[in-house]
Design a protein around this ligand. Sequence first.
Ligand SMILES: C[S@@+](CC[C@H](N)C(=O)[O-])C[C@H]1O[C@@H](n2cnc3c(N)ncnc32)[C@H](O)[C@@H]1O
Length: 284
Amino acid sequence: MAYKGAHLAFKSRWHKTDEELCRHSMSFVLHKAIRNDFFQSYLYLLEKLPLVKLYALTSQVINGEMQFYARAKHFYQEVPATEEGMMGDYIELSNTDIESSREFLRKFIGGVGKAGTNRALDCGSGIGRVSKHVLLPIFKSVELVDMMENFLAEVPNYLQGKEDRVEMYYCKSLQEFTPAPQRYDVIWIQWVSGYLTDKDLLKFLIRCQNGLKDNGVIILKDNVAREGCVLDCLDSSVIRDLNILHSLIEMSGLTILREERQEGFPEQCVPVWMLAMQKDPGYS
Ligand SMILES: C[S@@+](CC[C@H](N)C(=O)[O-])C[C@H]1O[C@@H](n2cnc3c(N)ncnc32)[C@H](O)[C@@H]1O
């Protein structure tokens, strides 16, 4: 008699069915109704959730995920393992960048309710420019992750005496890398988020959350488009606008603590922003 209960429960919706029809066709009707409801919800999501639109956004500009990643790797094979290589054509901006990063970072570490200073993770570290100038002056140890083996191989030489405070090197693409749970006080992601598709950046941010210790902070620093999502064909990266970044961050469950535009860069440069994020305590 279970079908009768279901029939009554859904009577208002299926008022055209009678008991007899119901008994014989309940599974068919149920199947159809569930399928319709599923479709309705799917369409609703398509309309409402920027996530779906975001997937479309990267796929609109990148022309295939595999190619997108392969081209970036190809590009970095030609890049020298030097500060100049890490900064592209803008080596003269490195000091300004470092100064602002240090100042920004200081707002979130040390003291009650703030991040600790034991261990930081440098994502898309390259030869360790950020580790050397921003992280190692503050944290007892750092770990570096980058997809290019030759950049990581250069780190010990580049750090000039601080290399013994590197706990781990991970030669991995960020889209395949999972930070160990509850391991880091700060996770720094600079000038690398644009090499990930929306989907992979979102997933990476979610995995980074799990890698944070209590009061840990994720800092994302990157070029930010004035509008939309713009492909840079030269190095196969995208530049997202702040709205897109905000949507991804919100979807990852992170809360933005603060965001600041990098000052002191020439007007003709793409704006650079720093965003500090933390786990939302209410998010599971
Ligand atoms: C512009 S450099 C920035 C290096 C460093 N973050 C800095 O600010 O000096 C970009 C770095 O990201 C790395 N990279 C690019 N795509 C990556 C990916 N999918 N996964 C991991 N590293 C990536 C490159 O190998 C390179 O070292």
